[in-house]
Design a protein around this ligand. Structure first.
Ligand SMILES: Nc1ncnc2c1ncn2[C@@H]1O[C@H](COP(=O)(O)OP(=O)(O)O)[C@@H](O)[C@H]1O
Ligand SMILES: [Mg+2]
Length: 354
């Protein structure tokens, strides 16, 4: 289903929960709604579902305005974190429920339930009750139940938030596969950036009721359009005075400008590792953490502590080592503006790793 949302507003009492949200979603895409708790993600989802009224703005599905359409006529399936299964019903009963409400024939219901049990890998569990299932299995039942009436849009509100980390990881890739196979347009809410980055075709960053940025995970990571987005996505260190960094101008160029530095913008090494030593600063290694596939190195330059990743193939550095530090680029921002800047003193452009 193709979706268009324009000028969406929602107030709860005096509190403006959603402010001028605009977006479009192509058919078959999986969109991640990402942002801090209280930002308005659930409110947006509930308005799409018709569970919450719209103060202002239009919601258009397939070219048709649905603002006044009741939830059951919108062709939507949803899986909510706390949208519990019916305890007194088996897996089959839960999946069949929506179809019975819609007065499907017994034979059609039987076929559809069997199809979904198979699809969601729940074969053998049909007669079990929710308390006889693991958290992951329960969410798969919730997913099957949402899909049963053949919705055209699937809304998932933090579906895995209550599930422990390892299972959550498995469920994520399971969900991605499932949605690819079905080709159903889906919106997935999460406050976990890794979850959104791994699962979504496009991410929408929601903060304080506003849509801050929409794009592929890589676009958003590479070109954040606000300090909020830059800080929210990926790891970073904020440096209060950008001009204190060598290669990024002096204080008179941009007074009051802060810098955000990501680990991959930073390189540490011996003096002989760098072509242009004047672009580097002297630093001291503070901590070195083994991260399985690489080292995470914390290095202090003056009073600034930066973080960088270091390949296992490179010479090991140790806490206390004196090193040279090259900051390849920084994301600079002040009250009015934000931009990405390359270190002006170095020769080579930064290698881009994808
Ligand atoms: N029914 C409601 N009545 C009053 N305030 C609400 C209601 N629903 C949400 N809010 C408020 O709106 C804000 C956004 O909430 P929500 O959409 O649930 O955010 P998120 O899902 O991003 O955590 C929060 O401050 C929340 O307290
Ligand atoms: Mg929420």
């Amino acid at each position: 289903m193709h979706i268009e949302v324009s000028g969406l507003y929602k107030k709860f009492g005096d509190f403006q929960a959603v402010t001028d949200v605009n977006f479009e979603i192509e058919k078959g895409q999986l969109i991640g709604l990402l942002g801090p708790s209280g930002g308005g993600k659930t409110s947006i989802l509930r308005m799409l579902a018709g569970l919450e009224s719209v103060d202002k703005g239009d919601i258009v599905f397939h070219g048709k305005r649905v603002n006044d359409l009741p939830p059951q006529e919108r062709g939507i399936g949803f899986v909510f974190q706390n949208y519990a299964l019916f305890k007194h019903m088996t897996v089959e009963g839960n999946i069949a429920f929506g179809l019975e409400v819609k007065k499907w024939s017994k034979a059609k219901i039987k076929d559809r339930v069997a199809e979904l049990v198979e699809l969601t890998g729940l074969s053998g569990f049909e007669k079990r009750y929710p308390h006889q299932l693991s958290g992951g299995q329960r969410q798969r039942v919730a997913f099957a139940r949402a899909l049963a009436p053949e919705p055209q849009l699937l809304l998932l509100d933090e579906p895995f938030a209550a599930i422990d980390a390892k299972i959550r990881h498995e469920l994520r890739s399971w969900l991605r596969d499932m949605i690819d196979r079905l080709g159903i347009t889906s919106i997935f809410v999460t406050h976990d950036q890794d979850e959104a980055i791994e699962v979504a075709d496009q991410i929408m960053i929601i903060n304080k009721g506003r849509l801050e940025q929409k794009g592929t995970p890589w676009e958003i990571y590479k070109n954040p359009q606000s300090p909020f987005v830059a800080e929210f996505i990926g790891e970073s260190t904020i440096v209060e005075d950008a001009s204190s960094l060598r290669g990024f101008g002096n204080a008179s160029d941009w007074p009051g400008t802060k810098a955000l530095i990501r680990p991959e913008y930073v390189e540490v090494g011996k003096p002989s590792d760098f072509k242009l030593l004047s672009a580097t600063e002297s630093g001291r290694v503070r901590h070195v953490h083994f991260r399985g596939s690489e080292w995470l190195v914390e290095v202090e330059v003056g009073s600034t502590r930066l973080v960088t990743y270091r390949s296992l193939e490179k010479e090991i550095v140790h806490p206390g080592d004196e090193v040279q530090v090259l900051i390849h680029r920084a994301y600079l921002f002040n009250n009015n503006d934000s931009w990405i800047m390359e270190n002006k003193l170095k020769e080579d452009p930064m290698p881009v790793h994808i």
